[in-house]
Design a protein around this ligand. Structure first.
Ligand code: SF4
Length: 379
C-alpha cells in the first residue's frame, strides 16, 4: 500500500494552480511525530509532502520515524530550502527527493510565484547529489503555460542525471482549488505525446513505464475516463495535517478516520473504509495523479511488477520507437471526443504582495471546516 503524509499546509511558494499557501495550518496543530509513529511498517511508497515539508522543523525526525516503514520513502518539496534536506540525504542516500519545477526559468517562477525558484532548485539538486543522493529529480504539473516546455524540461533533467515525474492540473481538497481547467485540452495533450516519445527513446525501463503514465495523463487532460480503475482506500491513502486519513486527496467524502484518535488497523478495517472503497468502485472522477495512477498500474503479484495491459503497451511501443516508427496515438486516444470545460483564467502571483490572501486555519476542527469548498470535481 502507498501512503502520502501531507505534513503541513504551510508553503513558501505562491502557485497559481494550488492554493495551499492561502490556507496555511498552524504549526502546533500539525500531525505530530508521535502520531506518525503509530503507522505500521510495510508500506510500498511513502511520500512526505505538503504544503512544503521543509518548513516543518521536525522533518528529520519525521523521516527517522517513517523511513523504516516503507520500501521507498519520498520527500516532495518545492526545493526552496535544499540545505534543510542535505543532512537527511546524507543519512538516507536512497531517499527519493522530488523538487517541483514548472518549466524553464521564467515559466517556473511565474507559475509558482517564486522569485529565484528555478536557480535555487537547480543548485539545490546539485547540492543533494554532492550529499550522496541517488534518487533525485523534478516533478512538473503539466498545464497550458508550460506544456510546450515539457520535452525541454525533460532534457534538462536528463542532462543533470535527474528524474522527471509528471502530473497535471487537478481539482482536489489537497490544493484548495476547484477551478483548475485547461484552456486548450488538445494542444496540451499533443505536447504530452512528444514527451511520451522522448521517454520511450531512452534506454531506461523506468522511463518507458513513465511514458504509459503520461498516456493516462492525456486521457485526463482530454476529460476521458481513467485507463485503469482506481484502487483508493485499498492500495493508497492520504493523511492530512490534522491526522485525518482519506482514501484520496480529491474527494472530500472519503474520510476513513483519524490517526491521532485511532489505530491504523481500526481505521483501515472500519466501516468508513469499507464504505469509501465501495464509493471508489463507482467513482467517475476524471483523475490521474501519479500516486493513484502508479498504484493502479501495479500487478497484484508484486508491487514492482506492472499489470499486463501497461506492459503490453510499453513493449509494443518501445519496439516501434526503437525501429524508427511513430506511436499511433490515434489508436489509443479518442481526440474527437474532448470534454468541454469552463475557461477560468489562472493568475501568476509572482511579485504580488500576497500576505493579504493568506488566511491561517486556526482552531478549526472538522474536515468540513478545514475544506470549506466542500466537493471537488475533475471532469
Ligand atoms: S478515481 Fe475517484 S476515488 Fe480514485 S483517486 Fe480519483 S477521485 Fe479519488
Amino acid at each position: 500500500m502507498d501512503l502520502t503524509v501531507i505534513s503541513t499546509y504551510r508553503c513558501n511558494s505562491r502557485c497559481q494552480m494550488c492554493y495551499i499557501w492561502q490556507n496555511p495550518t498552524v504549526q502546533k496543530e500539525e500531525v505530530s511525530v508521535e502520531t506518525l509513529a503509530k503507522l505500521p511498517s510495510g508500506f510500498d511508497n511513502l511520500n512526505i509532502s505538503g504544503g512544503e515539508p521543509t518548513l516543518r522543523r521536525d522533518l528529520a525526525e519525521i523521516v527517522d520515524v517513517l523511513y523504516p516503514k516503507a520500501r521507498v520513502t519520498e520527500i516532495s518539496s518545492n526545493g526552496l530550502h535544499p540545505e534543510r534536506l542535505v543532512p537527511i540525504v546524507e543519512r538516507y542516500p536512497n531517499i527519493k527527493v522530488r523538487f517541483s519545477l514548472e518549466g524553464l526559468e521564467a515559466t517556473n517562477n511565474a507559475i509558482r510565484g517564486e522569485k529565484d525558484g528555478f536557480q535555487t532548485k537547480l543548485r539545490g539538486m546539485r547540492m543533494l547529489k554532492e550529499a550522496g543522493g541517488t534518487d533525485l529529480g523534478f516533478a512538473i504539473v503539466i498545464q497550458d503555460e508550460n506544456a510546450d516546455q515539457l520535452v525541454r524540461v525533460y532534457e534538462l533533467a536528463k542532462a543533470e542525471n535527474l528524474e522527471l515525474s509528471t502530473s497535471t492540473l487537478h481539482n482536489a481538497w489537497q490544493f484548495y482549488k476547484n477551478d483548475n481547467y485547461f484552456y486548450d485540452r488538445r494542444k496540451v495533450a499533443r505536447e504530452v505525446e512528444r514527451l511520451i516519445t522522448a521517454m520511450l527513446r531512452t534506454g531506461k525501463v523506468k522511463n518507458w513505464f513513465r511514458a504509459y503514465l503520461n498516456l493516462g495523463l492525456i486521457e485526463k487532460i482530454l476529460g476521458h475516463d481513467r485507463l485503469i480503475p482506481c484502487t483508493a482506500a485499498r492500495d493508497f491513502a492520504f493523511i492530512d495535517p490534522w491526522a485525518d486519513v482519506w482514501a484520496c486527496n480529491v474527494r472530500s467524502d472519503l474520510l476513513l478516520g483519524n490517526l491521532a484518535r485511532q489505530s491504523w488497523d481500526e481505521i483501515m478495517s472500519g466501516e468508513p473504509a469499507r464504505r469509501a472503497a465501495a464509493k471508489v468502485d463507482q467513482c467517475r472522477q476524471n483523475c490521474w495523479m501519479v500516486t493513484t495512477a502508479r498504484t493502479a498500474m501495479r500487478s497484484s503479484l508484486h508491487p514492482s511488477l506492472p499489470k499486463l495491459s501497461p506492459l503490453a503497451w510499453v513493449v509494443w511501443n518501445k519496439l516501434k520507437v526503437s525501429l524508427g516508427g511513430r506511436i499511433d496515438f490515434a489508436r489509443y486516444i479518442d481526440y474527437d471526443n474532448v470534454r468541454p470545460s469552463p475557461l477560468i483564467p489562472r493568475k501568476s502571483f509572482l511579485g504580488e504582495n500576497v500576505k493579504a490572501y493568506v488566511k491561517v486555519q486556526k482552531g478549526l476542527e472538522t474536515p468540513a471546516e478545514h475544506y470549506p469548498l466542500g466537493e471537488f470535481f475533475n471532469r
